[in-house]
Ligand binder design. Structure first.
Ligand code: NDP
Length: 341
């Protein structure tokens, strides 16, 4: 199969098989490979291409380089009535998050609010999957993940912060949760890499060249620095993410992850902080908060041009399982070379 703009059509089952077998062939255990494949397939199912199969070569590179421990088995540590830690043992975050989910939910139900601190793991996925899974259990959730130094702090010109996503989710009755999941940079890095791959200029305001000048050239930005969204406001969120996913839970900042990283094209090592809140424990007597929230959502949607965060994903989720997806032939060839089948 040739490269270029040629596309290959895949069912979601095939996406999962390709991901699982490619990662297994590169040394991931069945649990590690399945957890990442679930995450990547969920991204493709929801139309989140930049966190779909596109990421598998990076995950595979980190197995091949020995940076990630392919057969890591995460360990659970009960730190406090409202705090559980899961040490990823140098494996991928997808499995670490899965292992920590039930202990976090149990603690949130018993204490009203709880923290899951995951450390010593490798994350370069979207953050909505962990938040959405908690909201599906009727809880409010937030998550914070740092990465590597890609983003200049407001006013600066050198990369310091990661693209540092945070996600927030609110449970709904009879609907999937409302979830926003956003980088604190003006764009996710994967979007810039996809523009680079496809030779398309990027929008103004996403980044600066190595001399600090604004540019729309993806190569220049990847060599220079990304910018936070909204100037100093996004910069403040990026700093909060560093503190929540780094100092608070005893893991690294993005600049420390960069210094320690093996630059193999895969994820960097770090932590993730996930907070779950049980709405029924936040009021006295009859609750009704979820019904109250529906009033806000109705008001938002009564204005033409609005939508709720995550509704784009949920619309894709209605369509893509039946239609399947298309990926570039060059990516498909790479997955086959990695042992995908
Ligand atoms: P986007 O800017 O595309 O979207 C951010 C959020 O805003 C989404 O929840 C999106 O919902 C919502 N949204 C978009 N448009 C509207 C609208 N018109 N009205 C209401 N809501 C809207 O995401 P980013 O580029 O910032 O991030 C992309 C992904 O990259 C995220 O999943 C993030 O977690 C991930 N990422 C991961 C990193 C890592 O190191 N692990 C680093 C950086 C980013 P919807 O999904 O429905 O469009």
């Amino acid at each position: 199969m040739s490269a270029g703009m040629e596309q290959v059509h895949l069912s979601l089952d095939k996406v999962h098989r390709l991901a699982t077998s490619a990662l297994g062939n590169q040394g991931a255990s069945a649990d590690q490979a399945r957890a990442v494949a679930d995450n990547v397939t969920g991204a493709e199912r929801d139309g989140c291409t930049s966190h779909g199969l596109f990421r598998i070569p990076g995950y595979a590179a980190s197995l091949a380089s020995g940076k990630v421990t392919g057969d890591a088995v995460p360990t659970v540590h009960d730190l406090a009535p409202g705090v559980v830690k899961v040490d990823g043992q140098n494996g991928f975050a997808a499995l670490t998050n899965e292992v920590g989910r039930d202990p976090l939910i149990d603690k949130a139900r018993s204490q009203g609010i709880a923290v899951l601190a995951t450390t010593n793991n490798y994350h370069f996925a979207a953050v909505w999957p962990e938040v959405e899974a908690i909201c599906e259990q009727g809880l409010v959730a937030m998550a914070f993940v740092s990465s590597k130094s890609f983003v200049a702090p407001a006013g600066g010109t050198k990369p310091l912060y990661g693209t540092n996503p945070m996600a927030f989710g609110w449970p709904r009755e009879g609907h999937p949760p409302v979830v926003f999941d956003q980088a604190s940079s003006a764009s996710a890095r994967g979007e810039i890499q996809i523009h680079q791959r496809d030779g398309i200029p990027i929008p103004e305001g996403w980044g600066i060249d190595p001399e600090g000048n604004p540019t729309t050239d993806p190569d220049e930005i990847l060599a220079g620095a990304q910018l936070p969204f909204g100037g100093y406001k996004g910069s403040g969120i990026a700093m909060m993410v560093e503190l929540m996913a780094g100092a608070l839970i005893g893991d690294v900042f993005s600049f420390e992850a960069t210094a320690n990283d093996v630059p193999d094209g895969g994820p960097s090592k770090g932590g993730e902080c996930i907070i779950a809140i049980d709405p029924s424990r936040c009021v006295e007597g009859a609750a009704g908060q979820l019904a109250h929230a529906e009033g806000l959502f109705r008001e938002i949607l009564s204005q033409p041009g609005t939508r709720l965060p995550a509704d784009r994903r949920y619309a894709a989720r209605e369509r893509i399982p039946a239609e399947g997806i298309h990926i570039p032939a060059a990516l498909y060839d790479t997955l086959i070379e990695l042992g995908g089948g």
